[in-house]
Design a protein around this ligand. Structure first.
Ligand SMILES: Nc1nc2c(c(=O)[nH]1)N[C@H]1C(S)=C(S)[C@@H](COP(=O)(O)O)O[C@H]1N2
Ligand SMILES: [Mo]
Length: 200
């Protein structure tokens, strides 16, 4: 006989398909905020997005950026602090669309943000329909705390690569560490290979 009487039922949680959860991660319904500094507040009138390092620099105002074709994305996201969130929905401009306006010979990219945050990625991980500059989360304009007005979304890598308040992609012919990578985080950050820190 059970000595435990249940006065209430615990909050029902959807059981996550373990095949969708990378090693060492747990699934949360929350959307934690992880920022290395204060939330910058750039008005849309002052906002621009640029790609530098190609044959010619290219820049869009907010209005021009929002005239670009958009895509709706549903993706699972994985933070190196071990939370994963499944089936997040976003709207954004594909990085393929942005780079389609630029002639270049780049192999790596350093993303630059308001506030000074940077993160590095191979160009191949930003192209082929795998990365977006997202401005809408769950059908609402992206909250400033989560990177609004727009953030990079690269769901197949740890979420620190999804630079909030992104303003510029710098095209490079070599890999350079960004903010967390300088502090010992992995240069690539594949959650399925648990590439959390340099040497993993
Ligand atoms: N500009 C900027 N982008 C950033 C960060 C940051 O501190 N500054 N933190 C990164 C980290 S470590 C994570 S896990 C995610 C967190 O995004 P969230 O706050 O929307 O959950 O943003 C990433 N992008
Ligand atoms: Mo993170």
């Amino acid at each position: 006989m059970s000595h435990i009487s249940r006065g209430f039922r615990g909050r029902r949680r959807p059981v996550a398909d373990p095949a969708r959860v990378p090693p060492g991660q747990y699934v949360t319904e929350d959307f934690p905020v992880l920022s290395a500094g204060p939330t910058p507040h750039t008005t849309l009138g002052a906002w621009s997005f640029s790609v530098t390092g190609g044959d010619e620099p290219k820049s869009w105002t907010w209005a021009e950026f929002r005239e670009l074709p958009t895509e709706t994305v549903t993706a699972d996201i994985h933070c190196v602090t071990r939370w994963s969130k499944l089936d997040t929905t976003w709207q954004g401009v594909s990085v393929d669309t942005l780079l389609g306006h630029v002639e270049h010979h780049a192999t790596f990219v350093l993303a630059h943000c308001d506030g000074g945050y940077t993160t590095n990625l191979p160009l191949a991980d930003l192209t082929g329909g795998r990365a977006w500059v997202a401005f809408d989360f769950g059908g609402e304009p992206l909250d400033p705390e989560h990177g609004g007005p727009a953030r990079l979304l690269v769901p197949h890598l740890y979420f620190w690569k999804s630079a909030k308040w992104v303003r510029r992609l710098e095209l490079l012919d070599h890999d350079v560490p960004g903010f967390w990578e300088t502090y010992g985080y992995h240069m690539y950050g594949d959650p399925w290979l648990e590439q959390r820190y340099a040497g993993d």
